[in-house]
Every structure is written in structure tokens, then in C-alpha cells.
Design a protein around this ligand. Structure first.
Ligand SMILES: Cc1cc2nc3c(=O)[nH]c(=O)nc-3n(C[C@H](O)[C@H](O)[C@H](O)COP(=O)(O)O)c2cc1C
Length: 253
């Protein structure tokens, strides 16, 4: 049977229209679920940075919510390190804040927000750990992650990346649990509170021998350097240093 050109074009147009309606409906209908999953994913990363969720451990929404009962999100003012008690951390939307030009840095950070959400891991009413958001350039991508610091504000408890696009097997090894485990117990700051932690070329050895260094990722010196640069930035005066200092001075450390 032969169809006329009019029929073929008409059929194609109707098919396209129906498909576009279906896709738009699915997109709008699933948006809420996507938002929920995005929040859940971020919460999971916070827990992974603090090793409250182990690598490969499957955690459902209920478990994340249960673990998050001991996590207190806080909004801080970056430049002063002040906790903004009056800002509701649950409804805080960082994206809606104006961006400020970042001070000169090696981490490829062009803009920063003056207010940032951090997470305090609690035991009763005592802070045991901080989980701080970090971002900076790797070789190919902007890498987003979390650094977990002990309440002594010096000892690293974990580092995790939840969004990066470095090469799998090279820079992408930043998500390898074995490499992530190397961070535990290393020291972020020296005795003068200057940020000292760095990813070096080659092996760093055990914590006791080399507390300020972590093994470089083989074949990925540029990603490794990116990790060092972003840690130096976020641990510095333009990052979380004022907040951590004010926590130490509060006598709660
Ligand atoms: C296809 C391809 C992908 C690469 N991906 C990365 C990467 O993700 N991170 C990185 O630092 N270097 C990557 N490199 C290597 C860099 O170009 C550079 O050679 C390397 O960082 C130098 O590190 P090395 O001194 O440890 O060999 C890649 C190279 C190629 C050819």
C-alpha cells in the first residue's frame, strides 16, 4: 500500500507532538522526585565523607534520614566565620545568593558565595566532626566534594567527591575507596594553623611518618594537584579558616 506524502508528514507531525507531550509530562511529573533524590544523594555524600556510610554500603532513604538525625546543617558567613543562627539551613538555597568574585587562587575558583552550608556531626550536643563543602578544578572538570574534619579542626576524617568528570582509572581514582581511606588521620594544618596537607607525587607512607601528605594518583598528577589546590583554598583564610578558628576560640573544640 502506498501512502501519500501528506499522510506521511501528517503522521510524523502527530507522532512528534504526542512524544513531546509525553516527555514534557514525565519531566514535570518527575521533577519533585529528582529534587528529593538530589538532596538524598548529597546527604549520602556527607555521610560517606565522615565514614558514617562505608564504601559500597547500600543505604536507603530511611537509613540516610536516620543517620542524618545526628547531623546538624549550619549556614556560616565565610568571611567572618560566624554561624548564622537565624538562617534556616533546611530551606537555605545557595543558588539564589549572589556570587562574589573569588580572590586569586590556584584552584580555578572564580566565584564564591558569602554564605555556605556546612554540616556538624553530633554526639548529643557535642560536635565531633565538621563536613565542609569543597570545589575546585581537576584536569577536565570542576570537582565537588566534602572534607570531613575532626572537632579538633586539624585532623582529617575523610574526603569524598560526589561530582567530577576526571578520567576513570586516572584522575577518576579520587573516588576509589582505597585512596579515600588514605586521608583518615592526616593533618590539614601545621602547628601554626597554616594549611599544609598536600597530595604528593608517589607514595606518602603511613600517617605517623607523613601526616601532611597523601599518595599521588598515578598517571594523574594534574588531578592530584587540583585536589591539593582546592584544599589549600578551602582551608585558608578565604575559605573555612575563620569559621574553624572561631570554633576553637569558643572553647567547644
Ligand atoms: C586520555 C587521557 C586522559 C587523561 N586523564 C587524566 C586525568 O584525569 N587526570 C590527570 O591528572 N591526568 C590525566 N591524563 C594525563 C595528563 O595528560 C598528564 O600526562 C598527567 O597528569 C601527568 O601525570 P603523571 O606525571 O603522573 O604521569 C590523561 C591523559 C590522557 C592521554
Amino acid at each position: 500500500m502506498q501512502y501519500s506524502m501528506k499522510y506521511i508528514f501528517g503522521f510524523a507531525a502527530v507522532l512528534c507532538f504526542v512524544c513531546s507531550i509525553m516527555i514534557s509530562t514525565a519531566n514535570v511529573g518527575l521533577r519533585e522526585r529528582q529534587e528529593i533524590n538530589k538532596v538524598l544523594d548529597k546527604q549520602k555524600s556527607v555521610l560517606q565523607a565522615a565514614w558514617l556510610v562505608q564504601p559500597g554500603e547500600k543505604v536507603n532513604r530511611a537509613r540516610v534520614e536516620e543517620l542524618f538525625k545526628n547531623v546538624r546543617p549550619r549556614i556560616i558567613e565565610l568571611s567572618t566565620g560566624k554561624v548564622l543562627e537565624e538562617v534556616n539551613a533546611d530551606t537555605f538555597d545557595e543558588e539564589s545568593l549572589p556570587s562574589l568574585p573569588a580572590p586569586t587562587n590556584k584552584a580555578g575558583i572564580r566565584e564564591i558565595k558569602e554564605q555556605v552550608k556546612i554540616y556538624e556531626i553530633m554526639e548529643g550536643d557535642k560536635v565531633t566532626m565538621f563536613v565542609l563543602p569543597i570545589v575546585g578544578k581537576g584536569l577536565w572538570s570542576t570537582m565537588h566534594g566534602f572534607l570531613a574534619l575532626d572537632a579538633d579542626t586539624r585532623t582529617i576524617r575523610g574526603l569524598t567527591y560526589y561530582d567530577q568528570a576526571e578520567t576513570p582509572g586516572l584522575g577518576g581514582e579520587v573516588v576509589n575507596p582505597k585512596w579515600k581511606a588514605l586521608w583518615q588521620g592526616r593533618l590539614a594544618y601545621d602547628e601554626n594553623w597554616s594549611a599544609k596537607i598536600a597530595v604528593i607525587k608517589g607514595p606518602a607512607g603511613p600517617v605517623e611518618q607523613n601526616p601532611y601528605a597523601v599518595d599521588g594518583l598515578s598517571g594523574a598528577t594534574l588531578t592530584s594537584r587540583g585536589v591539593t589546590n582546592m584544599l589549600q583554598f578551602w582551608l585558608g583564610e578565604n575559605g573555612f579558616a575563620p569559621f574553624l578558628k572561631s570554633f576553637r576560640e569558643s572553647g567547644r573544640a
